[in-house]
Design a protein around this ligand. Structure first.
Ligand SMILES: [Mg+2]
Ligand SMILES: [Zn+2]
Length: 219
């Protein structure tokens, strides 16, 4: 099993990528409550308070939004990409119910476990690179929600070098773990680490403050 699962969601209002900042959001502990083990079913998905309104605020501020999530339950054979689609459809519906502006453009999932030695599992940046590349060609992809597998583009990361420069100065990564920060760091984006029980609402004011360059991080 190579590559990452990609899900596109219906969004006639998807803005043009050019000139827009792109924000990568981890899922568990950022949008919804993480669980011991995994979120295994749509019924186990519990949105964090304020998450929908925070995603809506990002969209109103002009951000393109890409969720990047590690879900090794798939590689472990606990469930498959059909279940993944159900869980993410439920997530997107719940967000929209909370705030009609809370559109997510793209959800990318690494199905692997650490030992699979893949190129997508965070802290590797494969899902971020794939997300940016797909959103750059977004007009040709629309209104899909079935999971499709995509190859990860080639990349090199110099973990011992300086933090690279991001494509857009406001690009950002939000997560509750070091691995999220590492993936964002390797792409040079602003980093915002959240408390796993509060999630995105924890940092939304900071993200929208264009003078906030994000959290310091040393790989
Ligand atoms: Mg997380
Ligand atoms: Zn992977």
């Amino acid at each position: 099993m190579r590559g990452a699962y990609v899900q596109w969601f219906a969004n006639e209002n998807r803005p043009q990528v050019n000139g827009r900042p792109l924000i990568f959001l981890d899922r568990d502990g950022v949008l919804n409550l993480g669980r011991q083990g995994y979120v295994n079913t749509p019924a186990e998905l519990e949105l964090l308070p304020g998450a929908a309104q925070a995603v809506g605020a990002l969209r109103r501020a002009g951000y393109l939004i890409c969720v990047v999530t590690n879900q090794s339950a798939i590689s472990r054979g606990k469930w498959d990409h059909h279940r993944l689609t159900e869980i993410h459809t439920t997530l997107l519906d719940a967000l929209q119910l909370g705030d009609p502006d809370a559109h997510i453009d793209l959800v990318i999932t690494c199905p692997h476990k650490y030992e699979d030695d893949c190129r997508c599992r965070k802290p590797m940046p494969g899902m971020l690179l794939l997300g940016r590349s797909l959103l750059n060609q977004a007009s040709s992809h629309n209104i899909e929600c079935a999971s499709e597998m995509y190859e990860i583009p080639h990349y090199d990361v110099d973990w011992w070098g300086e933090k690279p420069t991001s494509i857009h100065p406001l690009d950002a990564m939000v997560g509750d773990r070091r691995s999220d920060m590492g993936a964002g760091w390797s792409q040079g984006v602003r980093l915002f680490r959240v408390n796993q029980y509060r999630g995105l609402i924890d940092v939304i004011e900071r993200i929208l403050d264009e003078s906030d360059t994000g959290d310091k991080f040393q790989p």
